[in-house]
Structures are given as C-alpha cells and as structure tokens.
Design a protein around this ligand. Structure first.
Ligand code: O7M
Length: 213
C-alpha cells in the first residue's frame, strides 16, 4: 500500500498531484499544512477521489481528541492518526468515534526524527502494546529506524503498520518492507519532475522489496 503524504499548502497543486498519481496511490494522508491552508473542506474534496487518512497526530485529553476525530470523520476521512504517548484513555475515546463511522485509527509509536529517541523511543513498544489492547487498527512506525519497525511488528503481529521516512528522510525500503503493510511518502513524489512516474516506481519498488526481503 502506498500512502501519499500531501504536505502541500495549495489546493490546486494538491488536487493536481492526486490526479496525476491516483493510479499508484492507495490513500492520501492530509496533515496540518494542507488543512490549515485550505480548510477542512479539502478532506471532503479529496475523499471523493481517494481514501483519506487524517493525520492530525491527535494528542489531547480524551474529550478534545474525540472532537478532532469526529470532525475528521464527518468530513469524509476514512482513518485518523493519534499519538500513542497520550495513553489508553485517549485511544479508547477516539476508537468510540471511529466505530460510529466505520473508520480506522492508526497510532504513532515513535517519530522518524533523531530527537524522537529522547522520549518516544523509550516507550514505542509499550505504545504498540496499548494500541493493540485497545483494538486500534494500525501503527505508524519509522522507516528511518528499522530496528523499531521490527520490534513493533513483533508486538503487534496482526496490526497494520504504515511507515514514513522513505526517500527524503533516507529510510531504506529493503530494510523495512517485509515488516510493514504500507509506506507513507511525500516529497519524493510531489516534488518529483514527474510525480506519476515517481509514485509508480516507489510502489513497484515497495512491492518488489516485500517479496524479496
Ligand atoms: O516523505 P516525506 O518525508 O516528505 O513525508 C513524510 C510524511 O510522513 C510527512 O507527512 C510526515 O508528517 C509524516 N511522518 C513522518 O515523516 N515521520 C513520522 O514519524 C510520522 C509521520 C506520520 O505520517 O505520522 C502519522
């Protein structure tokens, strides 16, 4: 599964990239840059073209987190992403909202950046365990830290794992492909001279790496 990280701030450019890459992209991930620039309506608009994962990295008290999830699902998102470090009660509350919409919840275990080792890395395993106990659908695990992806896969055998960090952040497909269900890629696609060809190639390489690694 290839998830396009649509970290753009122009509606027109975003729609153009989605149109160009749609044959190779399985879902589009929207994050704050596009929603703060274009408004929440962009989620609805994109959801008419592709499945949308609302990456608001929810990290608030259960009540506020549930409002954020509700807004995302009401506007056509198929899934939301929550931080895991906020704890079980937040994930439970978001799951209740997701169930009303038949939506999915993905939980961030540890971010891809080096600084995430200072805090999140120490709890990534525990976060994966809690996400699994709560019944969340999937995890986000860093392609830049293959050892963490392996660890999280061990803990959560049946959860979907999506992994960002391939390309611009220098994660290597062959190191993580067999442990994950999908990859999240942004700049290597939308900044490419030919985004359609870039998406085709990345998807093909991922599928090949899954078979051979
Ligand atoms: O391919 P890139 O580096 O241009 O984009 C990566 C996308 O993945 C971008 O939208 C980031 O916000 C997101 N991401 C990370 O890069 N690192 C993480 O640890 C987690 C995410 C993410 O998607 O979390 C849900």
């Amino acid at each position: 599964m290839l998830v396009l990280a649509l970290d753009l701030t122009s509606r027109e450019k975003a729609l153009e990239i989605v149109e160009k890459t749609r044959d190779f992209v399985d879902a589009v991930k929207v994050n704050y840059p596009i929603v703060l620039s274009c408004g929440i309506e962009i989620v609805k608009e994109l959801s008419e073209i592709k499945r949308v994962i609302a990456d608001f990295k929810i990290a608030d008290i259960p009540y506020t987190s549930s409002l954020i999830a509700e807004i995302a699902f009401k506007n056509g998102a198929n899934a939301v992403i929550s931080h895991g470090f906020v704890g079980r009660d937040v994930l439970e509350e978001i799951m209740k909202v997701a169930e009303n919409y038949d939506g999915k919840v993905y939980v961030v275990t540890e971010l891809t950046n080096e600084g995430a080792r200072e805090f999140m890395g120490q709890f990534a395993r525990k976060i994966a365990e809690i996400a699994k106990e709560v019944g969340c659908h999937g995890l986000i695990a860093p392609a830049t830290k293959p050892e963490r992806v392996r660890e999280v896969r061990e803990v959560a055998k049946n959860l979907e794992i999506l992994s960002p960090g391939i390309g611009a952040q220098k994660g290597k497909l062959e190191e993580i492909a067999k442990y994950v269900d999908g990859i999240i890629v942004g700049r290597s696609i939308y900044n490419a001279d030919n985004p359609k060809e870039a998406a085709r190639k990345i998807k093909e390489e991922f599928e090949k790496a899954k078979l051979t690694s």
